[in-house]
Design a binder for this molecule. Sequence first.
Ligand code: ADP
Ligand code: MG
Ligand code: MG
Length: 334
Amino acid sequence: RVLLEVKDLKAVVKESGQEILRGVNLTIHEGEVHAIMGKNGSGKSTFSKVLVGHQDYDVTGGSVLFKDQNLLEMEPEERSHVGLFMSFQTPVEIPGVSNFDFLLMAFNARRKNHGLPPVEPLEIEILQQGSKSLAQPMRIFQYLTSPWQTDWDNLKPSGQLLIVKSSFSSSSSSPLHPLFLLSFPILSSLSLLTGMSVYRVSDAGHFYSLVTPKVASLNMNPKFLDRNVNEGFSGGEKKRNEILQLAVLEADLAILDEIDSGLDVDALQDVAKAVNGLLTPNNSALIITHYQRLLEYIIPSYVHIMEDGMIVKTGDVSLAEQLEREGYRGISMS
Ligand code: ADP
Ligand code: MG
Ligand code: MG
């Protein structure tokens, strides 16, 4: 099945009217990995930005169908909701929004698009505070910021979970440590003896069980979930974070613009492994890169070369190898 069909796409810089894309043609089927290579300034990033509806550009010609829908008529947000994901060459920082909140928000937007109800943040009730038994459970809503010590996979959303912690702080920098998973009567006595508090956590634990293995597979520190989106992240951390977003969103088409830039070999391998792990026969990736290196880890079905706002040559992975050996000059573009 055709996922993306781009025909004779032309686009200009909105501000100046300068034409950057001069007729791009590209068809991507489900299950395919496409790579676009090309010299700096050839229009690769512009092409990907135009696909996601970046405000800097005006489309002046051609058409783009994504899953048989006219992509060019959609707002950028809508494009993401229907399953298009883009990792920007320079990921944006979002001060004041934690990674976890951001992921949950994006995840819920995707769910909504599939007609599913949103996943709520964790609801936590304090049942007992040390020796103080509470007549009414005190309700607090909070993201359980670092429940990493527990095997969340085994805690199904329906089950209510009892957690003891020696002290409680609402600050997200002071994580809850689930120490025991026991029945309430036992916890209650324990709490009386030790002065620890008892919490009941309901539902939405399953968003954690969704996110945490993905964080682990990217070799990311779980603490990254608590930090503001990309704020103060190193280049490599930003790239990993982009792939984490992709992993959570399970997009149908992932456009990865220079996901390899600024990565050392270890990070490159983590990122490539994560991307490979996400590829299924039903989704696709469009990988934009300067270097052949990444394509040794993520093997593309097709390699395209972009020049001056057009795809001028298409081949298989051997084209990337040839490019590496001979440079762009060595490749006949006719
Ligand atoms: P690549 O990603 O292949 O290096 P880009 O798509 O970033 O190339 O840029 C292609 C050309 O379009 C460059 O000459 C660049 O300067 C120009 N360009 C892209 N976006 C803008 C913009 N917003 N304003 C002005 N020029 C732009
Ligand atoms: Mg560039
Ligand atoms: Mg670029």
